[in-house]
Design a protein around this ligand. Structure first.
Ligand SMILES: Cc1cc2nc3c(=O)[nH]c(=O)nc-3n(C[C@H](O)[C@H](O)[C@H](O)COP(=O)(O)O)c2cc1C
Length: 158
């Protein structure tokens, strides 16, 4: 399987998840990881599994990820398995009532990424996965990189 992982990251947490996903891909599978700023649709050539990840910012993906998804051609992902991930604050662990209400109403980045991937013809390979940060800028909660490794092995059917 040829895997492409595209991510955005402001404080480095989503990048760590993307790199942990990448490190879990072993031969005969191949993997490429790219920051969203380096994405071009030529990277999709030959790709079997396309993963897109973003920090959740204001209940949605970053502007760069949204723009990348918007600019994909209508059928760019036909024949490609797709899945989305994000990093986010745990609704259970926050004391902010405002955040709890808003998050339950407006959600997180991965859901809208996942929908966009399918809108562009992708075949959903997995439910969304998310990785919890302990505070607004991180760090990732303990065990989240292992969570990423486990998810990738599931995606590869190992
Ligand atoms: C301006 C701002 C808005 C944020 N909005 C949300 C949000 O709506 N929901 C959430 O779960 N976390 C939110 N967070 C926390 C981010 O999800 C967290 O910064 C991110 O997961 C870290 O990933 P990164 O290091 O890859 O940037 C926000 C953080 C900032 C700084």
């Amino acid at each position: 399987m040829q895997v492409l992982i595209v991510y955005d990251s402001i404080f480095g947490n989503t990048e760590k998840v993307a790199l942990a996903l990448k490190d879990s891909v072993k031969e005969p599978h191949t993997v490429q990881v790219a920051n969203v700023d380096a994405f071009s649709s030529t990277l999709l050539a030959g790709v079997d599994l396309f993963l897109v990840g973003s920090p959740t910012r204001g209940f949605r993906p970053t502007g760069a990820i949204s723009t990348m998804l918007k600019e994909l051609s209508q059928d760019a992902l036909v024949g490609i398995k797709v899945a989305a991930f994000d990093t986010r604050i745990s609704i259970k662990e926050t004391n902010s009532k405002f955040f709890k209400v808003m998050a339950s109403l407006f959600g997180y980045a991965a859901e809208s990424i996942s929908k966009a991937l399918v809108r562009h013809g992708g075949t959903l390979a997995s439910e969304t996965h998310w990785f919890i940060v302990s505070d607004k800028e991180g760090p990732l909660r303990e065990g989240e990189l292992e969570h990423a490794q486990t998810w990738m092995l599931q995606l590869l059917g190992v």
